[in-house]
Design a protein around this ligand. Sequence first.
Ligand SMILES: Cc1cc2nc3c(=O)[nH]c(=O)nc-3n(C[C@H](O)[C@H](O)[C@H](O)COP(=O)(O)OP(=O)(O)OC[C@H]3O[C@@H](n4cnc5c(N)ncnc54)[C@H](O)[C@@H]3O)c2cc1C
Length: 618
Amino acid sequence: MSLRPTLDFLLYQWLDAGALNGRARFADHSRETFDAVLDTCERIAREKYAPFNRLVDTQEPQFDGERVILPQATHDAQKAYAESGMLSAAQDFEMGGMQLPYTIEAAANSFFACASVSIGSGMLTTGNANLLMVHGTPSQKEVFSKNEFAGRWSGTMCLSEPQAGSSLSDVATRAVPDGEGFESDPLGARYRLKGNKMWISAGEHELTENIIHLVLAKIPGPDGKLVAGTRGISLFIVPKKMVNPAGELTGERNDVALAGLNHKLGWRGTTNTLLNFGEGKYPVRSTGGGLDGQGAGAVGYLVGKPGEGLRCMFHMMNEARIGVGIAATMLGMAGYYASLDYAKNRPQGRPVGVGGKDASQPQVRIIEHADVKRMLLAQKSYCEGALALELYCARLVDEQHTGDAQSADDARLLLEVLTPIAKSWPSEWCLEANSLAIQIHGGYGYTRDFPVEQYWRDNRLNMIHEGAHGIQAMDLLGRKVLMENGRGLLLLSGRINATVQRAQQVPELAAHADALAQALQQVAGATQAAWSTGMPVDALANAVPYMQAFGHTVLAWIWLDVALAALALDATKSIAATAGRLGAARYFYHYELPKIGAWLNVVASRDQTCAGMPEDAF
Ligand SMILES: Cc1cc2nc3c(=O)[nH]c(=O)nc-3n(C[C@H](O)[C@H](O)[C@H](O)COP(=O)(O)OP(=O)(O)OC[C@H]3O[C@@H](n4cnc5c(N)ncnc54)[C@H](O)[C@@H]3O)c2cc1C
């Protein structure tokens, strides 16, 4: 079993990604160039990532008092990734990019997530540089984006603070103008920053010559006070080492200091840091003097307009969240492949039924037990279904950027509704897949002699970062399904109903189609009932069960659509993969979709069991 045939089927048979070169932006591409990118990434992931996945887990980043040390394998992997051109895959040819559709970029990156999710922090560098390509000045693009795309420098996203995680409106990092002429710096209006940023991934290392931090901070008003809420948040480029407008290092260090490394449950190949900005450890005197005229304060260059920091950051959120969804999916997939292999080779027990207790008979392999097959099929349906969802969303990103006005706008709105699911569904269910992979390994799965426990630990992050699970759920029920008078939900319902109608014509899928139509009605009814009092405290009390039911309905739709494509390709079911896809779809409809009833009951009745529990009763 390998990932490539699954990807090829989803990309070319299901999503017709080959047709993307009909778009002007992708006209220089063909199935051959898409395949060449996939081949390259598959090879680099196999050679430079997979063999070192355990090593980066056991050799955590170390701080020697001056530098953060990472294994040589991480340096080699990141060099190979940068040389592949993937950092700038989506950019214009003139920028040295490939003008690659996001659908293909996302598929290609899935090989790395499957091989070793934590070796690579390329997603952060690409996200950082892409953001500057949209919101930066020409010189910010030239100096910062270009060097990041080239792999010479790397990027971070500095949003969180010790006291401000889910609630970014409470960001307290301050940015003040850096002396006279602060507005005329060629790299952008120059400020001095002071504050602490927590949890910053890839915040300190020696992998690249420089690290470009994108930092959210507030500019105080004339009274010296910070503006409350998100309106006061601005965005700044803060390089670890000072650079000149030609993009050369000046030799001076910026005032960004590592306060400490976080020692994590998983994802240990990537450093995670607490960074102090402007504490005075590395005073920078060569500009306007700093907060105290002595050089304290980290130098930062404003991106976009003051007060628009979050808007700039959120510009990249859809792709960042699809990226997290793919990481979660691929960790689930890696566990699925490992446990499938184990189940095919591990002899244990005898069949139930006649002769099953006869110890003189040889043992069977555990894949022959119905319950082990159940656990394998659950993993397959979660992970292959999630991969299909992520690629569908990636295809919407391409539609949004290259489709005609109407379909681009539809894609935008569908992405609004689907992004919380693309991020959260795999984070929950592909983590469950990892748990099942451990279960299939029995006691061996609980040891570090097998890879599945690491996949689970690595995956546990995904429900926490990029908007925690509960926050995503409130975004879905509190904002996304309501926005533009519910037009996004209506649009999604239209797509789901179109699949239902096609599947009703196929005897093998007709019962699934009816179940999906009913599920969709249940979701719509619960959405209305949740909001029937118009009170957020009623509606949002059960936002997570709502998101679970919504997500399962979306996945049931994806599986039905995939099953239609599988049958269209192989009506006689002559290839095993077709039976596999139909079996996974059937599993999802028989074992998973019925769960939505329980989830939606508490939503529709605005159940206050949890919300109303007095604190002292716990
Ligand atoms: C390994 C790792 C890497 C990270 N990388 C980065 C990075 O590169 N850059 C960056 O800026 N950040 C990063 N983060 C930070 C991450 O985004 C935050 O941890 C996350 O936003 C949650 O914030 P918090 O940890 O402060 O938890 P809190 O916000 O305190 O939340 C704790 C719990 O309470 C719930 N909760 C909080 N508020 C509400 C509410 N209003 N309603 C309902 N429930 C609520 C949350 O859902 C959560 O389950 C990373 C985190 C980790 C662990």
